[in-house]
Ligand binder design. Structure first.
Ligand code: C5P
Length: 301
């Protein structure tokens, strides 16, 4: 979990931190704001598997990023090592905020596929803020780290909070922890075509009855049940399907042939469904693979 440093290198200038992913099990759009963004009410779950990031302080002011040996080529292709990577953007934001030019070498052992809609990049940014704040002995408070996180992306605050589950509001940056009982399993599958978040929001239908997260929160507090699996909801699923015909075909095919309801996570195009346990997640994954030809992931919280 972010915030707990699971392993130390044994010397004071090096530390290792886990960087989890997230999914949205509920997302309602509350309305459009004057800055062009939409206010959301969303329930997020921190999920495994996680990436593992290692940070080593260096003498110079250089920031460098490499992938751990043995990273699969599929993951390496979608993971930029230049300044556009959220790890380096978070490190630079931290240096600018504190007026320092400390350096670090960062090694990423990636398990969360990039651009998979599971916020692997946001998790990396959250882990970077926590790790470098400690490694460089900057002593920023949690509140100050959260302010920086807000400037980098909407999901980072949740992953920085260390909560396993939370209702997030605003653009996602306001985080209210909710209790979670037991383990929750999911399968996720991502069409080859991604979604433009802006395009998905542009296709939002006119507001109708507003869904509230109470039911799903209750179901999360009570442990897994079929009621939980059926209460997954994302207002962006329909607009995401209308901008991405591959996604629409996939959701409809899976609904028809497997009777399984998929919901996008965030604005897609990754879709998720809940499973009762690991065994059922494996069964769903193999059926999804048979029906779609795509490789699903199994996630748990
Ligand atoms: O968060 P991100 O920069 O990916 O958002 C891309 C676009 O999606 C925004 O410029 C905005 O048009 C739309 N968006 C929105 N409301 C949100 C998040 C994104 O309208 N909460």
């Amino acid at each position: 979990m972010p915030g707990s440093f699971n392993a130390r290198c044994g010397i004071s200038d090096c530390l290792t931190i886990r960087s989890p992913s997230k999914i949205n099990v509920f997302l309602e759009v509350l309305g459009k704001r004057s800055d062009g963004f939409h206010d959301l009410e969303t329930v997020m779950l921190r999920t495994q598997p996680a990436d593992v990031l290692q940070f080593r302080a260096v003498e110079s002011d250089q920031l460098s990023l490499t992938l751990a040996a043995g990273t699969s080529p599929a993951i390496a292709t979608g993971f930029p090592l230049d300044g556009s990577n959220l790890i380096l953007r978070a490190a630079n934001a931290l240096r600018d905020a504190c007026g320092v030019r400390f350096g670090a070498h960062i090694t990423a052992a990636k398990k969360v596929p990039p651009e998979s809609g599971l916020a692997g990049g946001s998790g990396n940014a959250a882990a970077t803020l926590l790790a470098l704040n400690r490694l460089w002995r900057l002593n920023l408070t949690q509140v100050e780290l959260h302010r920086l996180a807000e400037t980098l992306g909407s999901d980072i605050n949740f992953l920085l909070s260390g909560c396993r589950a939370a209702i997030c509001r605003g653009r996602g940056e306001s985080v209210e922890q909710i209790p979670l009982r037991g383990r929750f399993y999911f399968v996720s599958v991502r069409p080859r075509t991604g979604n433009s978040t802006a395009a998905v929001f542009r296709r939002l239908p006119p507001p109708t009855d507003r869904r509230c997260p109470e039911k799903i929160v209750q179901n999360l507090c009570g442990g897994f049940s079929s009621a939980f699996a059926m209460s997954l909801f994302n207002r962006l699923t329909e607009p995401a399907m209308s901008v991405n015909s591959e996604l629409a075909g996939l959701v409809q095919r899976v609904r028809k042939t497997l009777g399984l309801e998929l919901h996008v996570s965030g604005s897609g195009s990754t879709c998720v469904a809940a499973a009762a346990n690991y065994r059922q997640a494996v069964v769903f994954a193999s059926r999804l693979w048979a029906v779609t030809g795509l490789t699903p992931n199994i996630l748990w919280s």
